[in-house]
Design a protein around this ligand. Structure first.
Ligand SMILES: C[S@@+](CC[C@H](N)C(=O)[O-])C[C@H]1O[C@@H](n2cnc3c(N)ncnc32)[C@H](O)[C@@H]1O
Length: 274
């Protein structure tokens, strides 16, 4: 099994994901807890094996299950990865936590995540209406190319049908800006230009405009860098909701349209390709 493209910062990503899930879970309960009887749908593209060996921490699906269990929330998780070995390792981890892998609680899908959403939709529709379903979809590819499983278009299409499902995206901003490095029009760069033309987004702004949620519904997290200080690859976590919500100083999460949010966006725009 390949390592899942992790680094020393994976631990901080998981901490942020856990905090974002807790926020999302509280919101999903609705006024006076009136939606608590409905499941929280936890959907993850690029779910991985449930462990980040380099950073020695749990992976996102395990974080998800821990948050649901601690909060005693009724959930339905759908985890997808194209790597069967990672899913088998995840299955073992889930079993050892005592969580049930059955079609009504946890579904593991071994497939390209751009194809998973038709399965997700029919699962949700078998019990409730898509537009009322609550939960989150986490999109966590290592890079921006379709080869790394950056399923932006599929997530955008799904999220437009499910306005109450939060979209959480981890974006490799430095990787994305490689596209900006290919402005050179000489023929020898043609191959690279062809490849990049297939990327679903070539900037953080394009990622944001692809998911059709109101600007006030977006939160942006202070960036993480794969090396010390502000060197290495820059990763930015985004959360898209249909309604405006407050940020969190503990989670370093800011409304996109706040002064700090716009500053982060500007910093990402200036980020040079490696
Ligand atoms: C950064 S890792 C995921 C880490 C995981 N979300 C976590 O936080 O523990 C990226 C994962 O994407 C998976 N992947 C890459 N391309 C994919 C695709 N087209 N469809 C589904 N999964 C893909 C890889 O197998 C790898 O497990």
């Amino acid at each position: 099994m390949e390592l899942q493209g992790q680094s020393r910062i994976s631990r901080f990503k998981e901490e942020a994901y856990r905090g974002i899930l807790e926020m999302s879970l509280r919101l999903s309960l609705g006024p006076r807890g009136s939606f608590a009887k409905f499941p929280y749908w936890g959907i993850e593209t690029n779910c991985g094996s449930g462990e980040n060996e380099k950073s020695k921490c749990d992976g996102s699906p395990i974080e998800f299950l821990k948050v649901m269990t601690l909060n005693n929330r009724h959930y339905h998780a759908i985890f997808c990865d194209k790597d069967g070995a990672k899913l088998r390792a995840l299955y073992q981890r889930i079993i050892s936590m005592g969580c049930p892998v059955d079609p009504d609680t946890i579904t593991l899908l071994e497939m390209d995540n751009s194809h998973m959403f038709s399965r997700v939709r029919s699962k949700i529709e078998s019990t409730e209406t898509l537009r009322h379903a609550v939960g989150s979809v986490f999109c966590d590819s290592n890079g921006p190319s379709p080869k790394t499983g950056f399923a932006l278009e599929a997530v955008a299409e799904f999220s437009s049908r499910c306005p109450k499902i939060d979209v959480i995206i981890n974006v490799n901003v430095t990787g994305i800006h490689r596209a900006l490095g290919v402005k050179d029009e000489r023929p020898r760069y043609q191959k690279f230009r062809d490849k990049i033309s297939k990327w679903p987004a070539k900037s953080l702004d394009e990622v944001i405009s692809c998911i059709r949620r109101p600007k006030e519904g977006w939160l942006i997290r202070e960036p993480l860098f794969t090396r010390g200080g502000t060197s290495g690859y820059m990763y930015v976590l985004l959360v898209a909701r249909s309604i405006a919500t407050k940020g969190s100083s503990i989670l370093k999460l800011h409304p996109l349209m706040s002064a700090k949010g716009l500053e982060i966006l500007e910093e990402a725009r200036r980020r040079k390709p490696e």
